[in-house]
Write a protein that binds this ligand. Sequence first.
Ligand SMILES: C[S@@+](CC[C@H](N)C(=O)[O-])C[C@H]1O[C@@H](n2cnc3c(N)ncnc32)[C@H](O)[C@@H]1O
Length: 213
Amino acid sequence: MYFLPEELDNYVVAHSEDEPELLRQLTRETYQKILQPIMLSGPYQGRVLSMISKLTRPKNILELGTFTGYATLCLAEGVQKDGEVHTIDVNEELLDFQRKYFDKSEYGHQIFQHLGAATDIIPTLNKTFDLVFIDADKPNYVNYFHLIIDKLNPGGIIISDNVLWHGKVVEPLDPKDVSTKIVLEYNTLLKKDPRIETVLLPIRDGLTISRKR
Ligand SMILES: C[S@@+](CC[C@H](N)C(=O)[O-])C[C@H]1O[C@@H](n2cnc3c(N)ncnc32)[C@H](O)[C@@H]1O
């Protein structure tokens, strides 16, 4: 889905930073070997994540939904030298693939993989975070916010992916469509919660940046 006319969208991408070669390789192998490669953040959104991370220079980063590690590596580009990147995914089969690419990068020793449902893992993380990327299952987005907000440092950022949910947020709601219902609830929560300030950016499938006051 393009929010801009395709020609303009191509222009935007062409005049943004190119993705690093390692991420190109990761993308190629994801498309060769892994189901649903479309879940990758991709080159443009990846550069946006990298830029936000470099601008905010987080000490600790948390990602919900690692998949093959594309966004993990983009976020890691801005982490402080003594910082940590924690990333959670429920799919055990992805662990070796992720680790191979993490260790090919300069951030391998700073990236910690967690296997399991994010709702189970988050409460076990005895840390606070400066940057959180929410990109796992949509029905848990509201739960994720409530689990994370007290672990987010003042001035910390939550980036939430897929908040426009392929445009379904402005279509009539099918009562059986739990994901869209929760994404709608989530977007309202981000707008109204007084602990954060939020801007929703029409990047790819919708990317919200929320900053803790
Ligand atoms: C859209 S993909 C993440 C893409 C990745 N962040 C990127 O940008 O390349 C969503 C991931 O969330 C994981 N996931 C789904 N439900 C989950 C849950 N309850 N807890 C943790 N991870 C989950 C899936 O296994 C999948 O790998």
